[in-house]
Design a protein around this ligand. Structure first.
Ligand code: SAM
Length: 230
């Protein structure tokens, strides 16, 4: 049984994909998909030895060694040419995910679908996709065990397409698809973020005004305004 978070990532993987799951840890995601015959092959990549060994043990225990190759390596370096057409990277910060994509750009030639699940800073990922020719095609947001997760799915295409006229800033922050549905998890996330920014703004009000604090305050007030509009 997968966590609700990983099940939502799995739901975005196209049937029959040649998957590369980067930072796979126990390889739960590729094992779940392979067991249900939803992928044709997978690479489970890990940079740390402990999780790499856990992934190997899991794949072996599930009898999936013919379908899933567990490889030790940094980011996308574990992918050989033609080996993957879909990449999942889940359970890390948005900035780390974009660093992995940036460092591995040369490996993205044959990849048609990216499915990314940042624990924080989804905006960094939307910005990276936007600047690198990837079009967001689906998003999800959900709550599990008191934490809120966003999942972003993208294909090569027109990065501008999901964002309405003059809505780029809002779309990058909140997610163009999430903005349309505004489900319970979305409202909870942004209510909490707003309260947090309001707290920071109050702290900045008390602090000695400098050019830097003024700038920070302005930025935060702008985000509070955007959140209220949304
Ligand atoms: N993807 C799984 C999930 O969502 O449940 C595991 C998430 S776990 C919190 C993050 C994993 O990413 C860790 O096992 C870590 O070793 C691995 N990781 C971090 N940076 C990595 C990199 N540059 N390349 C490969 N794996 C990495």
């Amino acid at each position: 049984q997968l966590s609700k978070r990983l099940a939502a990532v799995a739901a975005f993987v196209p049937k029959g994909a040649k998957l590369a799951d980067i930072g796979s840890d126990h390889a739960y995601l590729p094992c779940y998909l392979a067991k249900r015959e939803l992928i044709s092959s997978a690479v489970a990549g890990e940079v740390v030895e402990g999780p790499f060994l856990s992934a190997q043990t899991q794949v072996q225990a599930e009898g999936l060694r013919d379908i899933i190759k567990v490889k030790m390596g940094n980011g996308l370096e574990v992918i050989q040419p033609g080996e993957a057409d879909c990449i999942t990277i889940a359970g890390m910060g948005g900035t780390l995910i974009t660093e992995i994509l940036e460092a591995g750009k040369a490996k993205l030639g044959g990849v048609n679908r990216l499915i990314l699940q940042p624990n924080i800073s989804a905006i960094s990922i939307r910005e990276w996709l936007y600047n690198h020719g990837w079009e967001l095609i689906e998003e999800a947001i959900l709550e599990e065990d008191g934490k809120i997760y966003e999942i972003l799915s993208a294909e090569k295409g027109n990065p501008r397409k999901p964002y309405g006229e003059n809505e780029l800033e809002k779309g990058l922050l909140f997610g163009p698809f999430l903005l349309k549905s505004k489900n319970e998890a979305f409202i909870k996330k942004w209510t909490l973020e707003k309260e947090n920014w309001q707290r920071i703004a109050r702290e900045l009000d008390k602090a000695k005004a400098t050019e830097e604090t003024d700038k920070k305050r302005e930025e935060i007030l702008r985000k509070i305004r955007l959140t209220e509009e949304v």
